[in-house]
Design a protein. Structure first.
Length: 187
């Protein structure tokens, strides 16, 4: 952060951070970029405070410009039916049904495995996800990376309806590579 390069950390106060944010805003920087920069600065000061390099966290209480959020566009039941009916029978429709019932994110949905579903309790546990990365940050230069959950030390778990559990079980059984005892109990 060039703005603070000539200052000692202990000398940087909330008023300096507010002035820096105002300067970035006046230079035409977008609110989301300002927020990202403030997050980086705040992380630096959190570490400095933890390490007792400074006694004050100058980012605490300093607000970033508000970020306008796009309103969610919710599809109508008719629009959903049109999309759903255009999907081929089988896997794609089951994925759409699971998405609607569970609220899974696309990366979680694409990484579901039979062992994630307890057929007796109908509890689905999200244990992996796929994230999209800039290839320069990917270990092998790819666009997608499978990573284990959980991010916040807790797995996402929820109960599926009996109908959804049965449909999922039937689908898993139809996938020959997984039909070898991974799902062992019946619905």
């Amino acid at each position: 952060m060039p703005e603070f390069g000539g200052m000692r950390m202990v000398d940087i106060l909330p008023e300096h951070v507010r002035a820096w944010i105002a300067k970035l805003k006046n230079q035409g920087m977008k609110p989301v970029t300002i927020q990202c920069n403030k997050i980086i600065l705040s992380a630096i000061f959190t570490t400095a405070l933890d390490d007792q390099v400074t006694y004050l966290h100058p980012c605490r209480g300093v607000k970033s410009p508000p970020i306008a959020r796009k309103p969610l566009q919710i599809v109508t039941p008719e629009q959903f039916d049109d999309v759903y009916n255009a999907l081929p029978e089988g896997t794609f429709r089951l994925l759409a049904d699971t998405e609607i019932e569970s609220g899974l994110r696309w990366g979680e949905l694409s990484e579901l495995r039979p062992r994630d579903l307890n057929l007796k309790t109908r509890i689905l546990t999200v244990s992996r996800t796929v994230v999209e990365l800039n290839p320069k940050f990917h270990p092998k230069g790819g666009h997608f990376l499978v990573k284990d959950y959980p991010e916040d030390k807790e797995y996402r778990r929820f109960k599926l309806s009996a109908q959804m559990t049965e449909m999922t079980y039937i689908l898993f059984r139809s996938w020959s590579r997984w039909a070898t005892g991974v799902v062992s109990s019946r619905v």
